[in-house]
Design a protein around this ligand. Structure first.
Ligand code: 5RP
Length: 224
């Protein structure tokens, strides 16, 4: 079994009857959603789920999970999501799948956030993975130039046809090829202060627990 499947299936066992559960996005989260749907069916669990993307919503509905809009739930008990990078101090980069905005909204409305990753996502310093920045299309060319001048090596995220990738909330994504983010908190604040930036993929002080795969097929669970 590959690491993504292993951690995804393990994470599904963390869900308890009666919970409101946030469902993440990406290939690792897919395994978790599938395993959770199996548990709900076999154990007759009564749970409510909230999605972090249209893609996950579609998958979860096809598997018969009870989905509700975020507006209709009070608080999410547990959100399980993938990640692109996690540093030893539990900060991370997300948004490789382009769902960072909804993922961050769901995460910050959750009592507990659990991330599921293969061992390649555990890094000492964030930034090797291109940092996604979700921007309003209007005038974003100026933001792009500004990032370029600052040496952030921006590139527009593209879809399969080579057109600019459009997020679930109709924004563009500019990926920053930074290689290294020395001070993630400061950089997160800098990006947040740019007009036209809707959200960025730095998840600071959000994750509570990480389930990571190991190359020899085991899992490690780390709690902040
Ligand atoms: C989507 C995300 C994903 O969680 C992240 O990209 C990890 O994806 P995968 O599990 O496919 O490696 O942030 O926006």
């Amino acid at each position: 079994m590959n690491q993504k499947q292993l951690v995804g299936e393990k994470a599904a066992t963390f869900v308890e009857d009666g919970m409101v559960v946030g469902l993440g996005t990406g290939s690792t989260a897919v395994y978790m959603v599938q395993a959770l749907a199996e548990r709900v069916k076999n154990e007759k669990l009564s749970i409510v789920c909230v999605s972090t993307s249209k893609a996950t919503e579609k998958l979860a509905l096809s598997l018969g999970l009870n989905m509700k809009p975020l507006a209709e739930v009070n608080k999410i008990d547990l959100t399980i999501d993938g990640a692109d990078e996690i540093s030893p101090d539990f900060h991370g980069i997300k948004g490789g799948g382009g769902a960072l905005l909804y993922e961050k909204i769901v995460a910050t409305n959750s009592k507990k956030n659990l991330w599921i990753v293969d061992d390649s996502k555990l890094v000492n310093t964030l930034g090797k993975f291109p940092l996604p920045v979700e921007v309003v299309p209007f005038g974003c060319e100026h933001l792009f130039e500004k990032f370029k001048e600052k040496g952030y090596r921006p590139e527009y995220r593209k879809d399969e046809e080579g057109a600019k990738f459009i997020t679930d909330s109709d924004h563009f994504i500019i990926d920053l090829y930074l290689e290294k983010i020395e001070d993630p908190k400061a950089f997160a604040n800098e990006l947040k202060n740019e007009v036209g930036v809707v959200e960025h993929g730095l998840f600071i002080d959000i994750v509570d627990q990480v389930i990571a795969g190991t190359p020899d097929g085991k899992i490690e669970i780390e709690t902040k």
